[in-house]
Design a protein around this ligand. Sequence first.
Ligand SMILES: Nc1ncnc2c1ncn2[C@@H]1O[C@H](COP(=O)(O)OP(=O)(O)OP(=O)(O)O)[C@@H](O)[C@H]1O
Length: 359
Amino acid sequence: MEGKIETVTAVSEVSIEKKHKIPVVEMTGIYKIFKQKKIEVMAVRGIDLKIYPGELVVIMGPSGSGKTTLLNCLCGIEKPNAGSVKIKGLEITKLRDEGIQKLLQDEIGIIFQSFNLIPSLTASGNVELPMIVADKIDKKSRKERVKSLLQAVSLDHRMNHRPSTMSGGEKQRLSIAMAFANDPALVIADEPTASVDSVSAENILTVFKEFMQSNPDKALLIVTHDPAVRKIADYTLVIRDGQFVRRIDGKSDDAEIEYESNGSDMLTDMSLSRSNDATNKLIQPKNFPKLNEVKLCPHCHSTNIVKKIDKNDVYCAIHDFKIVQKAAIFCKECNELSFVAVTAHDLNKVKINEMESLD
Ligand SMILES: Nc1ncnc2c1ncn2[C@@H]1O[C@H](COP(=O)(O)OP(=O)(O)OP(=O)(O)O)[C@@H](O)[C@H]1O
């Protein structure tokens, strides 16, 4: 159906073998709304996600689609407005700061795009540090583990070198070794190949594959814009406007991902040549107005605006399950492009039966 975005749940196909395992990640009905003055941004809307031990899952989506917010909810850094997040069966949405800190220390390893290495420490010092903080194993075992982790990422010859002397690919491999240091149940990688060249990116994917093969009880979640990463995934979830809209099973790289086209037609129609992060940000008032009621730029409140509705982007929002639609508002005063949710009442093209099938 034209205009319909089907939401996808990542919990549908569970093998009998998996049913007997506790999921490493179990997110149910997650909503996250940010409030800025009178404006609400619904960054995540009703996400369900289960990841079992041994699974390598990739999440892809355009800028502003809610990837970081979802990860933050998953790690306890952000509290969702609604829904449950369990890590290895433990509900984490009610944990206090110390509980979250312990969770991040013991059960979740994070690989940041920006590496997050300590410049004054050598490679082995960086890998050892999380183990010193966790204080679970003695010094001798720690040193042995540092060695084997650095071997696993092919950096054993660089163990006494500082990050400043390393290439981007080496730094990223070092941050992978750090993330696995405390033997976490879940490793999350945020854009792990974004800051490295294509050869290093291939090496990083190989390291992930090998880690998963030698640690079948772990789960790995990678958030990326890089389609190459899908090659190593058990399945890929495409996120758009805070919802999973597509699930691609398997590791083949021939299935197309079309999320990049999100919003671009409107930009072209409005004769805008520039592209910035705002293109995918949806500004969502509490009560959805009709398009003709939108009179001001959401950024500078100027009335000098151009409005355009995207007929291909009708979707269902959670507020009373109203059918809403995205409208692009371009402000000639501040040059900002915003997306505003408006009621689909203006839309003669949406037939009643289609609207009903949306929720
Ligand atoms: N702290 C915040 N306050 C207000 N709005 C926020 C906040 N954090 C995120 N948002 C909004 O929530 C939406 C989702 O943002 P998020 O950072 O999760 O997207 P993303 O997919 O990770 O984007 P990118 O790929 O650019 O990092 C965006 O519209 C963003 O502007």
